[in-house]
Design a protein around this ligand. Structure first.
Ligand SMILES: Cc1cc2nc3c(=O)[nH]c(=O)nc-3n(C[C@H](O)[C@H](O)[C@H](O)COP(=O)(O)OP(=O)(O)OC[C@H]3O[C@@H](n4cnc5c(N)ncnc54)[C@H](O)[C@@H]3O)c2cc1C
Length: 434
């Protein structure tokens, strides 16, 4: 077989590349029996739709917005975020730092005192530089109290990493930085103003995020997608990808698969590339999805859990994205637990603790009947921005580029990116292939 471009991986980044290549000569190779990657949704026999944890469309660019609207037609709705933090037996509005109202008085005082002390020392919000640790950024930006009650424990849980070893390069606009006046206002009144990058978001009305995948896939000729494709090796000296379908001669490769997996497929990579690949670190996410025989178990879209006593860092509620994601008079949720990829986790034991923790947090009542359960595993979930990442990444990427392999998407570009970015990267990379 022969083709100009091989796209490896049929998640949203690979599908976007295929979509934008239009009639050009390419083949998309996907190891699973279906495309979609972690933007798939699963429909259970009793009518619940589960994503690989809620996948919400935070769209910043006109291009992505118009493309998604064109693809999903009427099946898209704009939603205003209603999310909270559960801490000290209290639900406060997100973001924590701008909404201390409702917390015990001594905690509010500690948070404000920490921020005032910081201002008196004349610290400014730290500029983002690769040498600043995320831990220092938190203390220098939010003071000791807000760091102690939210920033540090929540991020330790999410990243499973000592925050002194984590850089701030992933942050972008993800962490709102309210002024002291705004923090005080949010501590003394129940401020309903939504701030932050995800104050509103889009989500399909029907079918979960899978409906976006289905819509893109429908635009791509079936003959150009090879599912159940097992890539055995990539021979960069002969431009040949060896697969269970046979050998495929290519001119260029667009990879969207996790970078450490890509390096393993390359025949005889340079030794510095192998060493660099070993420096890449990431977390996995265990995603427990539950359907409950009770309506509206929560009115939130999602809730953050910074405290160590809870195994999960976030719980989201599908029924608030769309009522059509679960049968009438039921609710459904996703629970996210981060861990380092250190082999098998005992998901049944974790599940028991999760159910118990949901009762402690008063999300589940003791009388609640769980009528659906689906445990999913996301082996590559969050790329860890440790201090080695930059150098390792540059080493690998420059080797790949020299060998006509382009990388896009969250796990091949090795960054903290969204579905929108994956779509845009698919469009951009096509320009480099001509
Ligand atoms: C817990 C979590 C929550 C998230 N929530 C959001 C959200 O709310 N909004 C948002 O915009 N983004 C969210 N994201 C990010 C979003 O999921 C990613 O940006 C996006 O799905 C990345 O798509 P991709 O195509 O790059 O990767 P993937 O979806 O990982 O696709 C890669 C594909 O490659 C295939 N593959 C792997 N190895 C091989 C191989 N050897 N040969 C062939 N094929 C292979 C895989 O099966 C997969 O289909 C979230 C991510 C996580 C982990």
């Amino acid at each position: 077989m022969k083709t100009d471009t091989i796209i490896i991986g049929g998640g949203i980044a690979g599908l976007s590349t295929a979509y934008h290549l239009k009639n050009k000569d390419f083949l998309l190779l996907e190891k699973e029996s279906e495309v979609g990657g972690i933007c798939r949704s699963i429909k259970t026999d009793n009518g619940f739709y589960y994503d690989y944890t809620g996948h919400l469309l935070h769209i910043k660019t006109d291009y992505a917005k118009s493309l998604i609207k064109k693809l999903l037609k009427n099946n898209l709705k704009l939603i205003s975020r209603n999310s909270s933090i559960y801490s000290n037996n209290t639900l406060t509005r997100y973001p924590f730092q701008a909404n201390l109202y409702g917390l015990p008085k001594n905690i509010i005082e500690e948070c404000i005192k920490g921020l005032v002390e910081l201002k008196l020392k004349n610290f400014r919000s730290s500029p983002l530089n690769p040498h600043l640790s995320f831990y220092d950024f938190c203390l220098n930006t939010f003071g000791t109290g807000i760091s102690k009650y939210f920033m540090i424990p929540y991020n330790e849980k999410l990243w499973q990493t000592n925050l002194k070893k984590l850089t701030t390069e992933w942050m972008g606009n993800y962490i709102p930085k309210p002024s002291l006046t705004e923090v005080i206002a949010g501590a003394t009144t129940d401020n309903k103003k939504n701030i932050g990058y995800n104050a509103t978001f889009y989500y399909p009305q029907k079918g979960g995020i899978q409906s976006l995948i289905d819509a893109i896939e429908n635009e791509i000729p079936k003959t150009k997608i090879k599912t159940n494709c097992n890539i055995i090796s990539i021979d960069i000296s002969k431009n040949i990808v060896k697969t269970n379908y046979g050998e495929i001669q290519y001119k260029k490769i667009v990879s969207t698969i996790p970078l450490p997996e890509l390096v393993k497929l390359i025949k005889k990579p340079a030794s510095n590339v192998l060493n660099a690949s070993r420096k890449l670190k990431w977390t996995s996410v265990l995603n427990i999805n539950i359907g409950v025989q009770r309506e509206n178990i929560s009115d939130k879209h999602w809730i953050y859990f910074p405290e160590k006593k809870f195994s999960f860092y976030r719980v989201g509620f599908y029924h608030n994205f769309s009522k059509l994601l679960c049968p009438p008079r039921t609710s459904s949720m996703y629970i996210e637990i981060s861990n380092l990829p250190i082999g098998q986790v005992n998901s049944q034991n974790i599940y028991k603790k999760v159910v118990n923790d949901l009762k402690i947090a008063k999300i589940l009542k003791p009388s609640d009947k769980i009528i659906s359960k689906l445990i999913l595993h996301i082996p590559y979930a969050y790329v860890i921005y440790n201090k080695e990442r930059n150098f390792a990444l540059q080493t690998i990427q420059s080797f790949l580029r020299k060998n006509d392999i382009f990388t896009i998407g969250r796990y091949s570009k090795w960054n903290y990116s969204t579905m929108e970015e994956a779509i845009l990267e698919g469009r951009e990379i096509v320009k480099c292939l001509n």
